[in-house]
Ligand binder design. Structure first.
Ligand code: ADP
Length: 270
């Protein structure tokens, strides 16, 4: 897309002319479109639970006293879970906005990655087993310490592991592993043998609100922002995140992080 600006120069009655300046505004147009789409998505995502909350509340008010207590409880349950959903969306949006504006200060410390991964896996083990999944961890003992914001990196790993569990039917396997990838990079891998993702969707998964199966994501309590947040956090650590998948077979997410970023805090208790 090109835009042309005309600027006259010289004396009005004498020598002079017009300079045409041509700008390529393709990128600007693309950013405007992306911004508009994002605002439309946010509005839609918030309006759906809000509509539910409103109609259930109105029904309860209109029929006060006339509905069986069980039905009343069920309606209140919907109201409660829909407000939780709205709260999750807003929290995720605030996180993204802080990341966008560089206002999320990373608290960089040096910490043992292997311990962190094992802690995360232990914390998730019960949820995974409850839903009939087997979660295995494979990290070598000599995995190095890395420099990063421990809490944020934990948030990323928890998110990717929860996705693996969410999108894998009961009886499936989830595997968390980590290896050195070169002298000063480490690779964390989360593999599952779940539903997988059609090839056409894979390139768009890190976009905000992009979901392959909206109903399934909603049911599992997803906001569609998890991978977008993970990508921002990993990139702020000068790392990379990638997803490979085979539809119907399973998905593998790979996070590569440098081990030696410069810490801006006291060393962690290690
Ligand atoms: P959500 O909150 O919907 O899980 P995410 O941003 O975390 O949002 O993921 C975006 C979409 O990517 C999900 O809705 C799902 O369709 C797909 N996805 C993510 N991880 C997996 C996985 N391990 N297996 C299959 N699909 C996945």
């Amino acid at each position: 897309v090109l835009s042309v600006t005309l600027a006259p120069y010289g004396a009005l009655d004498g020598e002079g002319g017009v300079i045409a300046v041509i700008h390529d505004i393709t990128e600007q147009r693309r950013l405007d479109d992306a911004r508009r789409e994002f605002v439309a998505n946010v509005s839609h995502e918030l309006r759906t639970p809000l509509t539910n909350i409103r109609s259930y509340t109105e029904t309860l008010l209109d029929a006060a006293g006339d509905i069986p207590i069980d039905t009343e409880k069920q309606f209140l349950g919907v109201i409660s879970s829909e407000s939780e959903r709205m709260a999750r969306i807003v929290t995720d949006l605030l996180t993204l906005s802080k990341l966008d504006y560089g206002r999320m200060e990373l608290r960089m410390t040096r910490f043992p990655l292997g311990d962190m991964l094992k802690n995360v896996a232990n914390a998730m083990k019960f949820t995974a087993e409850d839903s009939g999944h087997e979660l295995t961890v494979d990290t070598p003992d000599d995995l190095p310490q890395i420099v990063g914001d421990r809490e944020r990196i934990e948030q990323v790993v928890v998110n990717i592991l929860s996705n693996a569990v969410k999108y894998t039917p009961a009886g499936g396997h989830v595997r968390l592993s980590a290896r050195m990838a070169g002298a000063n990079r480490v690779r964390i891998t989360v593999e599952d043998d779940g539903v997988g993702i059609p090839a056409a969707d894979v390139p768009r998964l890190f976009e905000r609100f992009y979901r392959v199966d909206k109903a399934r994501s909603r049911e599992a309590g997803g906001t569609g922002l998890g991978l977008a947040i993970a990508k921002e956090i990993v990139e702020q650590h000068e790392g990379k995140i990638a997803l490979a998948s085979e539809y119907g077979k399973g998905t593998t997410v790979t996070i590569t992080l440098p081990t030696d970023l410069i810490p801006n805090r006291e060393e962690g208790p290690v």
